[in-house]
Design a protein around this ligand. Structure first.
Ligand SMILES: Nc1ncnc2c1ncn2[C@@H]1O[C@H](COP(=O)(O)OP(=O)(O)OP(=O)(O)O)[C@@H](O)[C@H]1O
Length: 818
């Protein structure tokens, strides 16, 4: 009764909550047209098809404070999403929380593994929930409030349950009906609380996912000189120190393969896991504490000790049978990534595979990747049987048996105490005895029902806590993967930039000074190589030697060259396949560092590299020309798509015509057509398109890497002339002698394994490399075009002598005829 009276003051509150919930559901079921009008008023007008196309083209608008507002078409309306990039100083200051952790094959299943705790703390408190004032923190606070409310309501429900059954045993109809009324009233906040807990958990997961995804995007898709999305795959952070200060023998960046799996699937799994974990840990813990304290009141000391004994036994048994869920989850994520990457490759290279009719072979490869995944998942299912069987046995049966024992303690004690006073009285006392016996039975029933419900809830809480334990272990695996990704991204070193050495050189100069060009870092060549490195790290031995022998393969040695803007000099780099021509472009563009400490690279601000393999971005026809500019950048540059009436101004149409692609907009259905351009355009058209890109950006320097190999010679020549007329200094990588005439210097890579090269002005003798001079092998260096030029010049010099000899012979013949 005391509980019931304690419930009364809260009935007003319950009524208010009830009314609010009903009112809320009415709002949701408002007629559709009213809702549409409401939405029109709050979310703006519906978009026409033309407006929608324009928005898809525009993508975002630049704000005056440097931030961007993303334009997102949503249910035929325009939603504006402000985008603030993660501040550079936040990215920089967080780096200290993400030191590289050397991978540890002996990672245990221990819950409080300090590495896991450190990684979780770093990801959670420096990225996912950046401050206690953030929205995420607010959601957690409201979520916690509902969790506490739910636990309190469970206790109240347990008590009410007991009271209802007690009134039934007493045959107290009025009390029973009142209890039932409370039961229904309590159901409203209880169910609402449950729904809110789920909703807040999903909202938190989504926010954490968004926060983490955007942070990783900002870090990963970094501009020059960081270029982490590229340099991560090179193992450039190989020498980064671990938190302990020792050299990281396995470069974690070399292990990162399939980054897409990390950023898409792993981030989602982690966000769901973390947000669920809080509720899944806090709720049962709260339940355990509250229910235990409630129970211990009626159980007494002995009962409470028995209760804790049960908890201890459960923890010991389950710990003994728990497999290393974390490691298993991480392995599963990797296998998922492999399979996914295989599918992605098939989508990308479909045409090439079809030409080879390689479907069957690809099926074998993909089936192999899939079966590896399935075998692993099956293995996990199998080892789960023992764990789940034990868990079920312990939680359902051991705890229930312990529960019966615990309930018996107060009941048996109460019985003995309460039956004693009634013995040996008269009739009245017999009546009062039977009355008090009824009362005692009712009271015992109440205690039994309440305790039984509390114990059931306790078993449930225990079960959920065990599930949460398993979740923590699985989360540990994904946390490890994400931490590895973020710490590896932080470990990637930016490209080394040298400042221009002397005032006599303009800042717009491309230069290399004593640079050795070689493949940087080391990459896992195959599984054997990788496992060797892994084994070395576990044994504590250093795998530096294998790393070095790999990076010591220098392609070009001691290379020095300078090209000044506006000097009229253009350089052609030539040499046979695989000698390192593109590698020089990689060094000039800052993708690779020089392979030697002394090597210096001078990279101008305005440098554009057009790679050998054509890249066509997602987007409209216009996007193909202006890439990597966005539409907003294009507008900012004050350019137009069509030329002005008087023909003046810089138009995209004119640019396409200079690349001999003026017919494309009409053929493809306009500038805002979106297609898979990689497939739609022919090989030569794609190459002309990238030349149009160069004409649009007008860089001071352009490195053109075999990017016109599929274009006919006459068109190629005219495009080269046009590029030169725009004032672009060209560095061309090509094997086509016909391109020589557009250049003033030739760098010839000898490709004889020594890294030697020659640099010559066209029409002059080759400049010998210092290395060649030192070795005195001048005669052998007359190679390639320079050798041919020299031979022809020598032969030309002999022409006078031949003509003289011819005259002599003719004179002799005349004499003989006479
Ligand atoms: N990322 C990389 N990892 C490992 N080796 C690489 C990498 N990139 C290039 N190489 C190697 O470096 C060497 C030079 O490559 P590069 O692309 O510079 O050749 P190239 O002279 O441009 O050849 P081609 O005329 O065929 O384009 C090649 O042997 C190649 O295998």
């Amino acid at each position: 009764m005391a509980v019931l009276s304690a419930l009364r003051p809260s009935t007003r509150l319950l009524q208010i909550i009830f009314v609010l919930i009903i009112f809320r559901s009415r709002l949701i079921t408002l007629p559709q047209d009213v809702l549409e009008r409401l939405r029109d008023a709050t979310a703006g007008k519906r978009l026409s098809a033309a407006e929608l196309t324009a928005i898809l083209q525009q993508i975002y608008v630049k704000e005056s404070d440097g931030s961007k507002t993303l334009l997102v078409p949503y249910r035929n309306r325009l939603a504006k999403v402000p985008i603030h990039d993660t501040a550079a100083d936040v990215l920089a200051s967080n780096s200290k929380h993400f030191p590289l952790q050397s991978s540890d094959s002996k990672r245990t299943k221990a819950l409080l593994d300090p590495k896991f705790v450190r990684a979780l703390r770093a990801l959670l408190f420096h990225i996912a929930i950046p401050s206690w004032k953030s929205k995420e923190a607010l959601i957690i606070a409201v979520h916690s409030f509902f969790l506490v409310v739910r636990t309190i309501l469970s206790v109240v429900v347990a008590r009410l349950d007991g009271i209802i059954v007690r009134d039934l045993v007493r045959a107290d109809a009025q009390g029973f009906l009142r209890g039932l009324g409370f039961w229904f009233a309590l159901a409203v906040p209880s169910t609402y609380t449950n729904v809110m807990i789920k909703h807040l958990q999903s909202t938190l997961a989504l926010r954490i996912r968004t926060g983490l995804t955007r942070y990783i995007h900002d870090l990963y898709l970094s501009k020059y000189p960081d270029l982490r999305y590229y340099r991560l795959g090179l193992g450039v952070g190989a020498e980064a120190k671990t938190s302990g200060g020792e050299k990281d023998t396995i470069s974690s960046s070399s292990i990162i393969e399939g980054v897409d799996q990390y950023i898409t699937a792993d981030v989602e799994v982690w966000a769901e896991g973390v947000s669920g974990l809080y509720g899944n840990l806090m709720k049962p813990t709260l339940d355990l504490v509250l229910f235990t304290s409630q129970l211990s009141r009626s159980l007494g000391l002995r009962g409470t000790i028995l209760l804790f004994g049960t908890y201890y036994a459960t923890a010991r048994i389950l710990k003994a049978v728990t497999p290393a869920f974390g490691k298993l989850a991480a392995a599963e994520a990797k296998l998922e990534g492999d399979y996914r990457a295989g599918m992605g490759r098939l989508g990308r290279e479909g045409e090439e595979i079809a030409f080879y009719d390689g479907g069957a072979r690809e099926r074998d490869i993909l089936t192999g990747a899939y079966m590896a995944l399935i075998r692993h998942v099956n293995f996990v299912y199998k080892i789960r049987i023992a764990y789940e069987w034990t868990e079920d046995y312990v939680i359902k049966y051991l705890w229930s048996a312990a529960g019966y024992g615990l309930i018996a303690v107060p009941l048996l004690f109460t019985r003995r105490r309460r039956t004693a006073p009634g013995v040996g009285s008269g009739t009245s006392s017999i009546l009062s005895t039977s009355g008090s016996r009824n009362e005692a039975i009712a009271s015992r029933t109440e205690t039994y029902i309440s305790n039984r419900r509390l114990l059931l809830s306790l078993a449930d809480a225990g079960g959920r806590l065990m599930f949460a334990y398993k979740d923590v272990l699985e989360l540990a695996g994904v946390t490890d993967r994400l931490y590895t990704l973020v710490s590896s991204l932080y470990a990637v070193k930016p490209a080394s930039i040298s400042s221009i050495p002397s005032s006599s050189l303009a800042s717009d100069t491309v230069g290399l000074e004593h640079v050795n060009v070689g493949v940087p870092g080391h990459r896992p060549l195959n599984d054997e190589f990788q496992s060797q490195i892994f084994a070395d790290s576990v044994n504590g031995s250093s795998s530096d030697e294998s790393v070095h022998s790999e990076s010591q393969s220098v392609l070009v040695r001691d290379l020095s060259l300078w090209l000044r803007e506006g000097s009229g000099e253009h350089l052609m780099i030539t040499g046979s396949n695989g000698v390192g021509k593109t590698s020089i472009a990689r060094v000039l563009a800052g993708l690779w560092d020089p392979a030697n400490e002394e090597g210096k690279v001078f990279r101008p601000q305005s440098l554009m590299v057009v790679p050998q393999r054509v890249y066509m971005p997602v987007g409209t026809l216009l996007d193909q020309v202006i890439y990597p500019d966005s539409y907003a950048d294009f507008l900012e540059k004050g350019m137009s798509i069509e030329p002005c009436d008087d023909g003046s101004g810089n138009s995209i149409r004119a640019i396409l015509e200079s690349a001999f692609l003026g017919y494309l907009p009409e053929r493809e259905g306009g500038w805002s057509t979106r297609k898979e351009w990689r497939d739609v355009l022919s090989g030569g058209e794609k190459q002309r398109m990238v030349m149009a890109r160069v004409f649009y950006h007008r860089p001071k320097f352009a490195i053109l890497d075999e990017c016109t190999s599929a274009v006919s010679s006459d068109v190629e020549g005219r495009m080269y002339q046009h590029a030169k007329s725009l004032g672009i200094t060209l560095i061309t990588i090509s094997l086509r002698p016909s391109l020589m005439k557009y250049h003033t210097q030739v760098l010839n890579l000898l490709g004889d394994g020594t890294g030697r090269w020659t640099l010559a002005h066209i029409g002059q003798d080759a400049v010998l490399t210092p290395l060649a001079e030192a070795e005195g092998e001048e005669g052998e260096l007359w190679l390639g075009f320079n050798r041919e030029i020299a031979t022809l010049e020598r032969k030309l010099k002999e022409v006078d002598g031949w003509e003289k000899r011819l005259e002599e012979l003719e004179a002799l013949l005349k004499v003989q005829d006479l």
